[in-house]
Design a protein around this ligand. Structure first.
Ligand code: PLP
Length: 357
């Protein structure tokens, strides 16, 4: 029996998507599997186009944006973003709200002078600093932030309004809520949390920001080169793109991003309600900064963690262990996690508390 997989990434995929991939694994088009076709074949080029169109529909992406499918993960983009977007500038602004912000900041430091516009470090990464406290640099080539901090469990429910191009690492919350793409200069997201299996990173970039990459930029990370090559400057992971396409089809059939947000809110509420109704479970994140995607919590009696994880696995609730840097529990409940999985976890938490509280 399949478990409920609360892994932070690569994460759970909908069963219907996996079943379709299984059906088509031996024969996709012209009798070959998507694992076996050339990325330059007409059927594959059509799949790239269809995936772009699905993203455009789902996110209402305006036509002055380019959509790229790149390798190297979101971590690759930590370097590719400054290499492509400095455009003759020297300084860049970053907002530090947790572990992924910090990694992006460290990587950007190799290419640019990084200034920290705001940091949640002072409050122990429990709330997102209010915008009126941010120290913005008008000469910055862009401002980078992380709308959902996958490890710390913090999420922005608002989009920062800045004069410079806004860059967002949406790896763990892309397609989970409606956004206005025109507010962004660039959005990037690794596929393996909300869009498919690992192997590709979606980059949505405003066209006027491209074409000025640093000379040291590797060709595979050069946005304008990749845009001209339709993301096929070199071999792209064909099967990952095929799976992303199935995931986008699935999301459209589920009613799109607005519908999935309602479900995501309901799912997160089930868990936060259990946490809030007791002092057995603890979540330190400020109410208005709590993630809908990654619900983190500790125990008033920390020694219960191992028992909790063991008992959870026994009833089919897997991969709930928090990040090694933080400990505790983290339930990652991306788009593909069904309501039934979250309900099972919430009931398990209530019973566990009754037994050990
Ligand atoms: C998972 C994650 C990353 C890292 O993605 P890779 O594809 O492993 O490089 C970066 N940022 C955020 C917000 C993430 O959740």
């Amino acid at each position: 029996m399949r478990c409920y997989n609360f892994s932070p990434g690569p994460s759970m995929l909908p069963e219907s998507v996996l079943k379709k991939a299984e059906r088509e694994l031996l024969e996709w088009k012209n009798g070959a599997s998507a694992l076996e076709v050339s990325h330059r074949s007409p059927e594959f080029q059509e799949l790239i186009e269809k995936s772009k169109q699905a993203l455009i529909r789902l996110m209402a992406i305006p036509d002055n944006y380019e959509i790229l499918f790149l390798q190297g993960g979101a971590t690759g983009q930590f370097a590719a973003v400054p290499m492509n977007l400095l455009r003759g500038g020297q300084t860049v602004d970053y907002v530090n709200t947790g572990l992924w912000s910090q990694k992006a900041i460290a990587e950007a430091g190799a290419y640019a002078e990084v200034r920290i516009a705001a940091s949640a470090e002072e409050n122990g990464f429990t709330s997102i600093p209010k915008m009126n406290t941010w120290k913005l640099n008008e000469k910055a080539a862009y401002l980078h932030y992380t709308p959902n901090e996958t490890v710390h469990g913090l999420e922005f429910y608002w989009t920062p309004e800045v004069e410079v191009p806004l860059v967002a690492d949406m790896s763990s919350n892309i397609l989970s809520r409606p956004i206005d793409v025109s507010q962004f200069g660039l959005i990037y997201a690794g596929a393996q949390k909300n869009m498919g299996p690992a192997g590709l990173t979606v980059v949505i970039v405003r066209k006027d920001l491209m074409g000025n990459a640093l000379p040291i930029t590797p060709s595979v990370f050069d946005y304008s080169l990749q845009a001209k090559a339709n993301s096929c400057y070199n071999t792209l992971p064909t099967f990952t793109l095929y799976m992303i396409h199935l995931m986008l089809e699935w999301l459209e059939a589920e009613g799109g991003v607005a519908a999935i947000m309602e479900r995501n809110e309901a799912k997160a509420k089930l868990l936060y309600d259990v946490i809030d109704s007791s002092d057995f479970y603890l979540n330190k994140i400020a109410y208005e900064s709590r993630s809908l995607m990654n619900v983190v919590f500790d125990f008033a009696k920390p020694e219960l963690l191992e028992v909790f994880l063991r008992n959870a696995e026994a009833v089919g609730l897997y991969n709930l262990k928090g990040h090694r840097a933080l400990g505790g529990v983290r339930a990652s409940i991306y788009n593909a996690m069904p309501m039934s999985g979250v309900r099972t976890l919430a009931e398990f938490m209530t019973e566990f508390q009754a037994k050990y509280g």
